[in-house]
Design a protein around this ligand. Sequence first.
Ligand SMILES: [Zn+2]
Length: 308
Amino acid sequence: MAMVFTNRHRSRMGWARPSVLSHRACAVLCLHDHGAGKRADGPVLGGSLDPGAINQRDRATGIRLLPQATVAQGQHGNSWTRDIQGIFGIHEMGQFLQLWQMIADTILTDESDRLIWKWTSTGAYSTRSAYLATFHGSVTCPAWKMIWKAWRPPKVRFFLWLAQQDRCWTADRLARRDLQHHPRCLLCDQAFETIHHIIIACPFTQQIWHEVLAWFRLPVGCPNQEDSLLDWWNRARHNTPHPQRKGMASITLLLPWMVWKHRNDCVFDRAQPSIAALMSKIKEEATLWARAGAKGLRVILPQTCDVH
Ligand SMILES: [Zn+2]
């Protein structure tokens, strides 16, 4: 005899729990003990619970459990409800009603008990499915290709990854946490500082974009102030000749990184924003990246730069 659970049951029972449980030896219907700091995912039907653990629940909650009944016996006339006795609080009552609903929809069949792995269509375990299950519920970052594919130092990738998720400590983020922050962007003194403003929308940064694209002679326009960096990169790479695309991808991260560093100089070292000084640093940094291995940058760097 086997106990069949619906998908609704499975989602409540946690991802690694078998969907067909043995009931013959000591199948138990039990409530989770939240008061004792145990799991917090709702009521569980279990077929192999440790009797010691059950006794602990007894002592902690005052709920008395009778673990000797099989699932079939427990279902007969809903006798399992009489096996759970003791003092019920509102939390336990909620679990009890959840458990009641799960058991009401449970069907016992004459098939032999077996374990079913829920992450494959055949029900058979495979290491591949177990590995893929670890990604269950994860989300894809749409900018992954822009951030992780082109050549750039790891710290720059990490910065852009944070920037993409709005995790940089700009004024808006500091303000949300009631931390000290500047009332306006230090680069332009015109607007409130956000990461989008710093790397795209700031008039100072717009001027830098214009100068950098001109210096590399890339045939693409500056990002609009409403663009995200990803929007601009998607558009710009289609307008860039193929041999120059890798270089353009490196610049897409080089420029925001250098603007961010310049902004930090202004915040922490009281430096004055300077387009000429920043352009000089960007040219120097681009040359260093080319020497370090950024082949795409070697293609688009002006020949006056020494990359050897
Ligand atoms: Zn600004």
